[in-house]
Design a protein around this ligand. Structure first.
Ligand code: PMP
Length: 413
């Protein structure tokens, strides 16, 4: 494990330390936002001069931009194995994509309690049916099945990979259960898509939400990809220009999806960057990302055990369950916020701390005050893990100044 698979636009960055001097920045926070690939950043710089609004008139620049934007839509759809009649709507991010889906579901929604707030609050707002995950994967599937059998639902929605523990629920089995009970399956792909080749057809999933900034595109765009009928029937997500067929002073005939849900000038660069990231990820050899990351994940698992961290798991007795490289833990005796501050200030290591926009899950895992999350990606190296583990080892001896005090409360998110 070691050699990065592809260069990142931020490779070689250094940061100042509190004790003076600077070190190579060790980014262990890919799950929050993955730095852009060099090729994606270059692509954005290349298309920037062709700056025109899409779908607006017949100028050369506008037509070229429109063609690039629509090609980007096709590339994103193809990257996730969309069916030919599926639709891909560009959104701001995964949160936006799931909120859009929430306006389109023609019935009740079932979901688990392990979700990121983006796949929880849109449903909570409209009378969700929440199923507590079981202590095993089998018990969880049985609980979902029992809920769908008890009363029909239009949609089962589930994360493809937990942003807290990296654990990947078995999507193909959830799709089969949902379909057997007349429901569709939506997948929050924010954490899965950067790490695994996702194929909507092969999984049998009906909708997928994703964020460009988590899959090596700069900030700007996400997408909702899936079945067209609900999206064509839903109210326009935003009312405004570009989403319509015809308007009079007191009436409107809306366009079908995707235009129906993309009113206003879209984030064209974000969409082109997202598509470029899809192209770069698709060009990597099959399984290469997973192979690179899994070796590092094993090293991380072992190191965390060795320094006495308490690792959080939804399903602790499922060693064969697929996991993307995000691991959350607590260090007994130290508040998570202090651990993260210490790693950054003293060692130049960037991790995430807090409740990861998954408060019910953190409470369920006995970490209601927050935890530390380490997450890996394409640019991660064995050395990054070794530096982290060495730093965590030093935390205990580095003195009481880094211990939790009332002034250093865990961050609230
Ligand atoms: N779902 C999961 C599993 C996530 O990890 C995140 C981002 N932390 C989101 C949804 C929301 O993504 P975004 O902030 O890009 O909307």
């Amino acid at each position: 494990a070691g050699a990065p698979l592809a260069p990142l636009a931020s490779d070689g960055q250094s940061v100042p330390l509190v004790q003076g001097g600077s070190v190579r920045w060790v980014n262990l926070d890919y799950a929050a936002s993955a730095p852009a690939l060099r090729a994606v950043a270059d692509h954005v710089a290349q298309v920037l001069p062709l700056y025109a609004s899409v779908h607006r008139g017949a100028s050369y620049a506008s037509e070229a931009c429109t063609a690039a934007y629509e090609a980007a839509r096709r590339q994103v759809a193809a990257f996730v194995g969309a069916r030919p009649d599926d639709v891909a709507v560009f959104t701001r991010n995964t949160t936006d994509a799931l909120n859009l889906l929430a306006t389109a579901v023609p019935g009740e929604v079932v979901h688990l309690d392990i979700e990121h707030h983006a796949n929880l609050l849109p449903w909570q707002a409209r009378g969700n049916r929440l199923v507590p995950a079981g202590s095993t994967v089998a018990a969880t599937l049985a609980a979902v099945e029992a809920e769908l059998a008890r009363r029909p639902a239009a949609l089962l929605t589930v994360t493809g990979a937990s942003n807290v523990t990296g654990e990947c629920p078995p999507l193909d089995r959830l799709a089969e259960i949902a379909h057997r009970h007349g429901a569709r399956l939506a997948v929050d792909g924010a954490q899965l898509v950067p790490h695994r080749r996702v194929d909507l057809c092969a999984i049998g999933a009906d909708y997928l939400a994703l964020s460009g900034h988590k899959m090596y595109a700069p900030f700007g765009a996400g997408a909702l990809i899936g079945r067209r009928d609900w999206l064509d029937a839903a109210p326009a997500y935003l009312a405004g220009g570009g989403a319509v067929r015809e308007v009079t002073c007191d009436s409107v005939r809306w366009a079908p999806a995707p235009a129906r849900h993309e009113a206003g000038t879209p984030a064209v660069l974000g969409a082109l960057a997202l598509a470029a990231a899809c192209r770069e990820l698709a060009a990597l050899p099959d399984g290469a990302v997973a192979a690179h990351e899994q070796a590092l994940l094993g090293r991380l698992d072992e190191g965390l055990v060795a320094v006495g961290a308490r690792v959080l798991r939804i399903w602790p007795d499922a060693p064969d369950l697929d996991r993307v490289p995000a691991v959350s833990f607590t260090v007994p005796g130290f508040a998570a916020a202090r651990v993260a501050a210490y790693l950054s200030a003293e060692h130049g290591i960037g991790v995430r701390d807090g409740k990861f926009c998954a408060h019910p899950l953190l409470a369920r895992l006995g970490a209601a005050d927050g935890a530390v999350r380490v997450s890996l990606g394409l640019g991660s190296q064995a050395d990054d893990i070794d530096q982290l583990i060495a730093a965590l080892g030093k935390l205990r001896t580095d003195g009481p100044s880094w211990r939790y005090t009332a002034d250093h409360r865990p961050s609230p998110d």
